[in-house]
Design a protein around this ligand. Structure first.
Ligand code: SF4
Length: 212
């Protein structure tokens, strides 16, 4: 039987996957340098806003720690709160389909939310919660340094750009966040409720494919 071939690329991809899961600090001595896994540990302890009292798990985010493309949603839902992972329910399946449309898989991108803890009853994030939590998102983007950011829904867009826009006004319009191209599209949960909008999201994925 042939032994599997281990190439430098295989090792690199394996290390990246470990970093995305937050276990790089067990493998590398990072000294004082902030890393995604150190940030993850910090966020897991966070009790800055009232959502800490009702969450089951902190949902930090996951994926390739050096992803060229980062998706940012608004907050964990019930399933995400239970599993501690972003976009794992029905909306997550649709997000996977959107990512496949670009020719990528979930492991090729990074996925996270503005809020790292679930708002009870899946209500919208409150202004104070976004203000307190957004610095973790800013830090994640600073560490990953993606080539493109895709925001899902209005909350992620408004938080990153410090504006108050409706998604139907800004969807598909390319802009920048701190110099990085940012393309806003619909949140998969919105698409599940408004299937007549799915074609617009497909168009956005095509745009992302061309930009990558
Ligand atoms: S939502 Fe954010 S700010 Fe609030 S407790 Fe969770 S991690 Fe901390």
């Amino acid at each position: 039987m042939n032994e599997p071939t281990i190439t430098p690329r295989t090792v690199r991809n394996f290390m990246r996957a470990l970093q995305g899961m937050g276990v790089d600090s067990y493998l590398f001595d990072e000294g004082d340098r902030m890393t995604l896994s150190k940030l993850r540990k910090e966020v897991r302890q966070c009790r800055k806003c009232p959502l800490a009292a009702t969450r089951r798990n902190v949902v930090f985010g996951e994926g390739d720690a050096r992803a060229r493309l980062v998706f940012v949603g608004e907050a964990p839902g019930e399933e995400e709160d239970m599993q501690g992972r972003p976009f794992v329910g029905r909306a997550g399946k649709l997000l996977d389909q959107l990512i496949e449309r670009i020719g990528l898989g979930r492991g090729d991108v990074y996925v996270c939310n503005v809020l790292k803890c679930r708002p009870p009853g899946n209500r919208d994030p409150e202004e104070q919660e976004r203000e307190l939590c957004k610095h973790y998102l800013f830090a994640q983007l600073e560490l990953i340094k993606p080539k493109i950011i895709c925001t899902l829904g209005r909350h992620a867009y408004n938080t990153l750009l410090g504006v108050d826009e409706r998604i139907t006004r800004i969807r598909g319009v390319l802009t920048t966040y701190r110099g990085t191209p940012l393309l806003p599209t619909y949140h998969p949960s919105f698409l599940l409720r408004n299937q007549n909008r799915v074609n617009e999201a497909w168009d956005d994925m095509e745009k992302l494919r061309q930009l990558l």
